[in-house]
Structures are given as C-alpha cells and as structure tokens.
Design a protein around this ligand. Structure first.
Ligand code: B12
Ligand code: SF4
Length: 489
C-alpha cells in the first residue's frame, strides 16, 4: 500500500490507516458505489511496481501561520492523477503536524491547530520589521534525514502556496538536490503560477509549471525521466479528489466541489491560478465524504472552493441535503469565505441541517461602491439578507463570521471602522483579514503605487502581515485597537 514518504529507518505506526486494504475496500465498494470502485482499483494498482514520484510540501517562513485546515491540496489531487496514469506518488510534508520525530502540537477542537514553530532570523529585506519571523513545520534536520534515508525517486514535484513563502520552496529544493543529485525537480502551485519568472530564477527547479497541472504533469514527467508507465489515456479534466492516504494522519477531509470562480474581483488571484469555473457532480462529492468518513472516521469537512455557493439551488443545496440525510453529525467548514448573495433562506436552512458550525462570508467591506468597482460579488443589501437568513435558521452572531479586508490601497481607517460597525449591527461577527497584494490582479498596479515597499522586486513584501499597500492610518496600532474594540479574532 502507498505510504506517506517514509525512510526505511523510521518505522511508524499509522493508527488511522485500515489494517487490511482489501477488507476496507470491500466495505467501501458496498457502501458508497462507483467512486470507491475507483479507489479500490487505485489500491490494487499500487501494489504493482510503478515509478516513484516524490511530492514535497515545503516549510512556511512567515511572521504568523496557523493550520486552519491547511493541507497541500494541489499535490494531493495531482497524486490522484499520477496514480491513475501509472506513477507511484509519495508525500514528504514539511508541514506535517504528526511527524513522529516531533512533539505532537495541541489540537484544537474541530481538527485545526498550531504548526510546529521555530523562530529564525529575518531575511535581509525584512530586517527592519519589528516582529518575530519563524519557520513553521518539521525541523529541517529531520526532513533531511528522511530524504537521505530514502531511495531516489524518478522525479520530485514541489508545490508553493503564497508568493511570499518562496524561501521554504528554495530551501526544500536545495535539500532535495543534495539528497538526490541528478533527479529532476518540477515546481508548480500558486507561487509558480503567479510569479513564474521569479520562480525560474530563484527556486532552483528544473522546470516551473504554471496553472493547473493535471493535463500536463504526466507528459512533463515522461519527458524529464524518459519513462512512460503503462496507463490509461491522459485526461484533460481537472482532478478534485485528494489522495488522502498519503497523509500520515487524516484529521479532516479537505473538499473541492469546484475549481475557479465565475467572478473576477480586482484583488483576487482565483482566475489566474484556476482559470474558468468547473463544477463537480454533487453526488460524487457526497460519495467522497461518505467514503472518507468510513475509511478515516472524519467528521470535519472543509470546503476549499472559491465559489461553493454559486448557483446553490442546483449544486450546494442538493449536496448538503444528501449529506444531512446520509451522514448526520458532520461538521462543515468554509475557511475560504462564502458568497453572501447566494445565502437565500433555502440555502441557509440546508447549511444548518447539514452541520455548518462557523460560517465565514467573504464580505471584504460594506462599501457598495468598492464592490461595484472591483467585481460586484456582493453588496451591503445581500450581506444583510444573508445574515438575516442565517440568523432565522438558528445561527448565532458568533457563528456568522464576515471577513473584512483591511489594508487595501485607498481604504482608510475610517472605512474599516465603518465596515466593522456595519457587520456588528447586521448581527454578524467581523474577522479582519489583512490584504496581500497579488501580482497579475487588477488591483496590483494600484497596490504597487501605494506601497512603501518595492512589491515588484521582492515577493517577501506581499506578506499581508506587513500591511504592504495600506493607507498611512491603517497600521498595526490601528489593527490592534480595532481588534480590541470590536472584540474579533
Ligand atoms: C484554500 C485556500 C486557503 C486555505 C488553506 C490553504 C492551504 N492549503 O494551506 C486557508 C483558508 C487557510 C487560506 C488562508 C490564506 N490565504 Co488562501 N487560498 C486558498 C485557495 C482558495 C485555494 C488553494 C487550493 O488549495 N486550491 C486547490 C488546489 C487543487 O489548487 P492549487 O493549489 O492551485 O493546485 C493546482 C495548481 O496550482 C498546480 N500545482 C500545485 N502544486 C503543484 C506542484 C507541481 C510540481 C506542479 C507541476 C503543479 C502544481 O496543479 C494543481 C492541480 O491543478 C487559494 C485561491 C485559489 N483559487 O488558488 C487562496 C490563496 C492561495 N490564498 C491567498 C491568501 C492571500 C491567503 C491569506 C493570506 C488570506 C488572509 N489575508 O488571511 C491566508 C494565509 C494563511 C496563513 N498565513 O496561514 C492568496 C495568495 C496570495 C499570495 N500572495 O500568494 C490566494 C491565491 C487567494 C487570493 N486572494 O487570490 N487559503
Ligand atoms: S468572488 Fe471570491 S474567489 Fe471569486 S474572484 Fe471574487 S474574491 Fe475571488
């Protein structure tokens, strides 16, 4: 059976794994139908000798990072595709909170929590910032030992999420090169997609791939390794289901019901990293949740979608109703923010019944003018209606979080205060999210002009903690005061 990347020298008990794959597969197949027949096929195929590919999720270097149900979804869906096309993926997760050589950090209720954290010196460009900089994740010595004990894979795939997390990417690639000289290294993910030139210059990867990679990854691997494993015909379709068994411990299920977003907001990179908007059959999502629940016992279901509720009557509502009927007791989470305009009474009711506990709405600001200039995804009226509908089905103020973007160019402290007041008056709980300027977005040129940092020259300055494009009255003191006064997280 495939494993998370594990050197021969470490023998690790994997408590959440099924003791006998065929037995579990049979249960799965009977319980949840067609999707699990595919899982079964995957499990059987993995016993055959296949060329190994190492997938690497690098460390985070930042002033702050929290495991709000964060898993390397890009790598995990690529792993599903690689298996189907004849390769054997293994995962080396530098952010693994369950690495046996590290102390297990305290888990908060509902499966989120802190990463391992080690204070480190700041990189030169951030020297003057009066905040502690840290590396988050497993100690590099442990990762290096894991790598040195392993057999060389045929190729290594490295991902990178935030543009300003690239130091972790370059460090991981340096270590991989040392452990496996001559093995090709490919870099992809959000950082590579938003800043391919920077990634080509500084990451040390042999190849940098831009955008969703399902349709091209096996071709790139064949070209770089000279191997074309016996496989089914390559597919152009996006992959949605993560290869969860590669994780050392499955504490929750990260779910994608769609890729991309039909909106095009000026501050957002969704259209750049996932062009278009593709949805999955809701019934397939329900089967994935059921089979993951059976296999791993997970009850926390975390949606990674950019646009989960768009056209909810046809997609989210039937899916939520099916989940409520077939698996009562789930806890559903949407850390990535939902569309207020989609939360009708029927949608609110379906969300309540299916087990949403803490809702996060991507509201950004109460200014209608801002929304009409930046993409029109919502309005104050839509927000008020959404909160009313959610409160009517029993969600409390504390359960209805509204993300407010703070630190956007042109958005003053007075406007943020007004946003906070209006969210509270509406009966919801404000959650300030610092704006990160993103190259290629429509707001980027304005952010570059407004910033006191050279955003174009150095991605470290995209870090939202710096409030890099904020108006002069929106600074850390303001944020601290606002958080204290409005009592929000
Ligand atoms: C889910 C999500 C989160 C989750 C968790 C993410 C995680 N795994 O850690 C949460 C909610 C915690 C989160 C938080 C934040 N996020 Co976020 N998040 C996302 C989101 C919506 C989806 C990412 C994802 O998993 N997609 C699904 C997978 C399947 O897609 P993928 O990773 O792109 O992978 C595909 C390709 O990239 C490629 N690929 C990936 N890896 C590799 C590797 C190789 C070798 C190859 C060839 C290809 C490849 O193929 C994959 C399959 O097609 C993106 C927006 C988006 N649409 O991408 C924003 C996004 C990444 N987040 C962003 C931001 C700003 C944030 C926050 C800073 C917001 C804030 N102000 O608080 C925080 C920071 C968190 C922290 N400090 O810890 C920005 C990035 C900004 C930047 N400068 O880089 C994005 C782009 C959203 C935006 N605003 O436009 N986020
Ligand atoms: S609606 Fe949300 S995900 Fe879609 S473009 Fe706007 S901010 Fe991005």
């Amino acid at each position: 059976m495939a494993q998370a990347f594990q050197p021969a020298s470490l023998s690790i008990a994997r408590t959440d794994r099924p003791a006998s794959p065929p037995h579990v597969s049979e249960r799965l197949a009977t319980a949840t139908g067609a999707l699990d027949q595919r899982l079964l096929a995957d499990l059987e195929l993995r016993d055959m000798k296949r060329p190994e590919i190492l997938l690497v999720n690098p460390w985070i270097y930042d002033f702050a990072a929290y495991d709000l149900w964060a898993r390397p979804m890009g790598l995990l869906v690529l792993a599903t595709r690689l298996r189907r096309e004849g390769w054997e993926p293994k995962l080396l997760d530098c952010m693994d909170r369950d690495h046996p050589a590290m102390a297990t950090p305290k888990l908060r209720p509902h499966a989120h929590g802190r990463f391992h954290r080690t204070p480190v010196p700041k990189p030169e460009p951030l020297k003057e910032i009066p905040r502690q900089y840290s590396r988050y994740g497993v100690d590099p010595e442990i990762i290096e030992r894991d790598l040195l004990c392993a057999l060389a894979p045929k190729a290594v795939l490295v991902t990178g999420l935030m543009t300003y997390w690239y130091p972790g990417v370059t460090e991981a690639i340096r270590m991989i090169r040392k452990a496996f000289p001559g093995v090709p290294v490919i870099l992809g993910g959000v950082y590579a997609s938003l800043m391919p030139d920077h990634a080509r210059r500084f990451s040390g990867a042999d190849e940098v791939v831009v955008g969703p990679a399902e349709s091209l990854i096996t071709g790139a691997l064949s070209r770089l390794t000279g191997i074309t494993p016996a496989s089914t015909a390559p597919s152009l379709a996006p992959e949605f289901a993560p290869a969860l068994d590669l994780l050392r411990r499955v504490r929750f299920l990260p779910v994608l019901t769609s890729r991309g977003c039909p909106y095009d907001c000026a501050y957002c990179a969704s259209g750049l990293v996932s062009p278009g908007f593709v949805r999955r059959d809701p019934e397939e999502v329900v089967r994935e949740v059921l089979s993951s629940h059976l296999r791993y016992g997970v009850v926390d279901i975390v949606f990674y979608d950019d646009a989960l509720l768009v056209n909810a009557e046809r997609y989210a509502v039937p899916m939520l109703e099916a989940l409520a009927a077939r698996l009562p007791g789930l806890r559903l989470h949407s850390p990535n923010g939902l569309h207020a305009s989609a939360i009708t009474p029927a949608v609110a009711f379906a969300m309540k019944r299916a087990g949403f506990e803490n809702i996060r709405i991507g509201f950004e600001t109460a200014s209608d003018d801002f929304h009409s200039r930046t993409g029109g995804k919502t309005s104050m009226d839509s927000f008020l209606r959404a909160v009313r509908n959610l409160r009517a089905v029993g969600f409390s103020r504390e359960q209805i979080g509204a993300y407010l973007l703070v630190g956007m160019p042109g958005h003053s402290a007075a406007q943020v205060e007004d946003d906070l007041d209006r969210v509270l008056t509406a009966g919801a709980h404000p959650r300030l999210a610092e704006y990160s300027p993103i190259p290629g977005t429509r707001m980027w040129p304005q952010a570059v002009r407004a910033s006191r940092y050279p955003l174009e020259a150095e991605p470290l300055f995209h870090n939202c903690t710096l409030l890099p494009a904020a108006e002069s009255d929106v600074d850390w003191q303001f944020l601290r005061r606002a958080r204290r006064r409005w009592g929000q997280a």
